[in-house]
Design a protein around this ligand. Structure first.
Ligand code: PMP
Length: 354
């Protein structure tokens, strides 16, 4: 006889990722998962074509050497041994949690922030602790407190859903009072003015994660990476799948690292659109949190956020309605093209009037 429920108890309380958030391409104005509305650089598309005509019958380079070299150069890191490539930065986060947080141990994250960290702890049979942000999305002193059970602290910076950023100085202070590693998740940092790479060079307990899904317009490929001191990268390499990145993605990501001018232009373009969004939303009466990412978090003092989200959805515009227990709710809107923003903002105006 088989057991009634053969799965590990940790799975019982978990929910699968909501597939409704990824409708078929082109079926709506998609402003819900912070992708780049523009296509990736032409050099990346060319690299994908070339790689597709290459030796696909062979396994890819397990260490993504070409990418690690290109990334180290583009980011001004001392060498490829400071970089670990992954199948999206979500895989890098998985590797980190598997490497540092065992059963019965604990990780910490700020609240509200990226929910995946909690899921990763749950899968490990570990626990998580959420430290609420103070007013103005400031980190409270408790975020930097250490104890024996605490094995990893994760900080999205810029944060999601707020788009706010903590300065490298402040991150350094947090890491100085922690006894465990601090992961600075820089998924959105290419839209901001500061980053924590210099801190990684000086501090073996600070790691940075990055993704090509947002700024580089490559969410469909799945490519992310870790920046950490070489002995950390070497140890985590033991955990990753043998061939965690495929040959086509490695070629594309390598080419993307050579497109820094393209990246600077995209940043200017999207941050200009973001500024327009912020001022239009403020003019409609929203409280808009100043954003350093490619999305905007806003709340309307007398608006029904769920109703606004639903009204947009009926009009084929998908944004994120987010509700956080014991905290409140609001709307997170990704920066799209100027045309997409125009239709989103004018539909919000109609929703507020209805
Ligand atoms: N970190 C944060 C804060 C995110 O919002 C996301 C996107 N959902 C990721 C990491 C993961 O990005 P990806 O796996 O596409 O690299």
């Amino acid at each position: 006889m088989t057991q009634a429920n053969p799965f590990r108890p940790a799975l019982a309380k978990m929910l699968p990722y909501a597939p409704g958030e990824q409708p078929p391409p082109g079926s709506c104005v998609k402003l819900n998962t912070n992708e780049n509305p523009y296509p990736p650089p032409p050099a990346v598309v060319e690299a994908i074509r070339t790689a597709a005509g290459g030796p696909i019958n062979r396994y890819p380079d397990p260490m993504a050497t070409s990418f690690r070299r290109a990334a180290a150069e583009a980011l001004g890191m001392p060498g490829p041994e400071w970089i670990l490539a992954g199948n999206g930065s979500d895989e890098i986060l998985t590797i980190l949690v598997r490497g540092f947080v065992g059963e019965g141990q604990r990780l910490r994250l700020p609240y509200p922030s990226y929910i995946l960290y909690r899921t990763l702890a749950d899968i490990q049979g570990a626990s998580w602790e959420q430290t609420p942000f103070e007013d103005g999305w400031k980190l409270p002193a408790e975020f930097a407190k250490s104890d024996d059970g605490l094995r990893l602290v994760l900080l999205p910076n810029p944060n999601s859903p707020s788009g706010t950023i903590v300065s490298p100085n402040e991150v350094e202070k947090v890491s100085a009072s922690l006894t465990c590693p601090l992961v600075v998740d820089e998924a959105y940092v290419d839209f901001a003015e500061t980053n924590c790479l210099d801190l990684v060079k000086r501090n073996e307990n600070v790691f940075v994660t990055r993704t090509l899904s947002k700024s580089y317009g490559l969410a469909g490929l799945r490519f992310g990476f870790l920046v950490a001191q070489p002995h950390i990268v070497a140890e985590l390499t033991k955990i990753k799948d043998s061939y965690n990145c495929d040959a086509i993605s490695i070629a594309a990501a390598t080419a993307a690292m050579g497109c820094q001018e393209w990246l600077a232009d995209i940043k200017t373009k999207m941050n200009t659109t973001r500024a327009v969004m912020q001022s239009r939303l403020s003019a409609m009466g929203f409280e808009v949190t100043p954003s350093h990412a490619n999305f905007v978090w806003c709340r309307h003092p007398d608006g029904n956020h769920k109703a606004i989200y639903e009204f947009l959805k009926q009009n084929n515009i998908l944004i994120r309605y987010m509700q956080f227990a014991d905290w409140g709710d609001g709307l997170r809107i990704s920066v799209g093209t100027d045309e997409q923003m125009e239709s989103c903002l004018s539909t919000i105006e109609r929703a507020l009037q209805s």
